[in-house]
Design a protein around this ligand. Structure first.
Ligand code: HMG
Length: 390
């Protein structure tokens, strides 16, 4: 009996900022953002959209499966409460079964990967049930900082069951952990603190170590993968990651050339990220959704590699196989419509939205109505967050 991903659905907010405009406002060369970092647009969450509304919106297309869900994992690093799992708000909004476990997981951008692993094992042990893995984040850095053009927002909902219509995972997995300060967000801050150059170096160091560990268990070389998905804070990071693996492979085989190229193996998974920015815990699975949504690719039985990285740091290299007939189980049109139908903000509007943080006094506050998905974070009352359906 196999378990794996039955469905995968992606959501991103209805507002965005073209990075060409941001470059002009910051006095930067747009080519630095477009070519050097590899980003064109960043998704912007309005004040009445948060990790809960984005995750619930990502999960809503899976409605017909809700009665069979007995576990909800909510992976995020944009947590809204020190105690209550954000998944419980989603549980309420979606009317999920009361016979259910709900938990929030945190380890920077990595946590959805562990959620996926645990979910797979739980469903294997009890094949009548399904688990819902939600990954939802808003990437925020200081205005005007070098990291600003890599911001973004979005969520992914993954249904795990014994009907893996999309993907099954291989048992081999390479893991790595090290206590480092490359990126973190103290409880008193809304923006992450980041040592940008250190973070890219540690990301690559973790990749090298997880790849080595993975290869100790599997004889698959880089060329054996049809496509490679990476945690993508910005698309040029995925390019750097792939180049590192190519170098490792060349060292291993003693030849200069690998059979496949970045354009073949990696580029098809990066289009969405280029248009949303970093979605932290959702980013790797956004790349998977993007790859699956490429109409011109036939991915039946194709082998995919995954590299999951969470600053701090924990990383995992693993792989899986796309299921035959996967195309019948996608939400491609919905994903593409979401990305096409967004309202562009001016830099001034983006900065205003950025500065509108949730009031901390706990009294009654109602947020103005912006464009959102099917759910809104409509305000706060008596220290309680109020969510409504639109
Ligand atoms: P920077 O220091 O301003 O950029 O910020 P730079 O000067 O290094 O330039 C970036 C690239 O653009 C360089 O290319 C330049 O050569 C090129 P590279 O050498 O890297 O290949 N460039 C140009 N190209 C074309 N035309 C031009 C031009 N000018 C320059 N005119 C940095 C870059 C990534 C450091 C910054 O954006 C940052 O701090 N970002 C946030 C941190 C981050 O994303 N780190 C990635 C690894 S850690 C990670 O993935 C975890 C994370 O997702 C969080 C989590 O786990 O929760 C962040």
């Amino acid at each position: 009996m196999t378990t794996g991903i039955e469905k995968i659905s992606f959501y991103t907010p209805r507002y965005m900022l073209p990075l060409e405009d941001l470059a002009a406002a910051r006095g930067a060369d747009y080519n630095k953002y477009r070519v050097g970092i590899g980003q064109e647009i960043m998704a912007v969450a309005p004040p009445d959209e948060d990790i809960v509304t984005m995750a619930a919106s990502a999960a809503l297309p899976l409605e017909s499966y809700f009665t069979s869900i007995d576990t909800v994992f909510f992976a995020t690093e944009s947590s809204i409460d020190q105690s209550k799992a954000a998944g419980l708000f989603v549980h309420g909004l979606l009317g999920l079964p009361k016979r259910c476990r709900v938990i929030e997981l945190k380890q920077a951008c990595y946590s959805a990967t562990l959620a996926l692993r645990i979910a797979t094992q739980m469903v294997s042990a009890n094949p009548k049930t399904r688990a819902l893995v939600l990954a939802s984040d808003i990437a925020r850095y200081e205005l005007g900082s070098p990291a600003e053009p890599t911001q973004g927002a979005g969520a992914v909902a993954i249904l795990v069951s014994n009907k893996p219509h999309i993907l099954t995972l291989d048992p081999e997995t390479g893991i790595y952990a090290e206590d480092v300060m490359d990126f973190w967000r103290p409880n008193y801050r809304e923006e992450a603190v980041v040592e940008g150059k250190t973070s890219t170096r540690i990301y690559l160091h973790a990749l090298q170590n997880t790849w080595k560990h993975y290869q100790e268990q599997s004889d698959r070389s880089l060329d054996r993968f049809d496509h490679c998905c990476f945690h993508t804070p910005f698309t040029n990071m995925a390019r750097k990651a792939y180049q590192l693996l190519q170098k490792q492979q060349s060292k291993h085989t003693g030849t200069d050339k690998t059979e496949k190229t970045f354009e073949e193996q990696v580029a098809p998974s990066l289009h969405y990220n280029r248009l949303t920015g970093n979605t932290y815990s959702a980013s790797l699975y956004e790349c998977l959704a993007c790859l699956l949504d490429q109409n011109d690719l036939e991915l039946d039985q194709k082998k995919i590699s995954f590299f999951s990285y969470g600053s701090g740091c924990t990383a995992e290299f693993f792989s899986g196989t796309i299921s035959p007939g996967y195309k019948e189980h996608l939400f491609t049109k919905q994903h593409q419509a979401l990305l096409q139908d967004r309202t562009a903000l001016t830099v001034r509007q983006y900065e205003d939205v950025f500065q509108l943080s949730v009031p901390r006094d706990g009294w009654d506050h109602q947020f103005g109505e912006y464009r959102t998905g099917p759910f809104r974070f409509s305000g706060v009352s008596g220290h309680k967050r109020i969510y409504t359906k639109t």
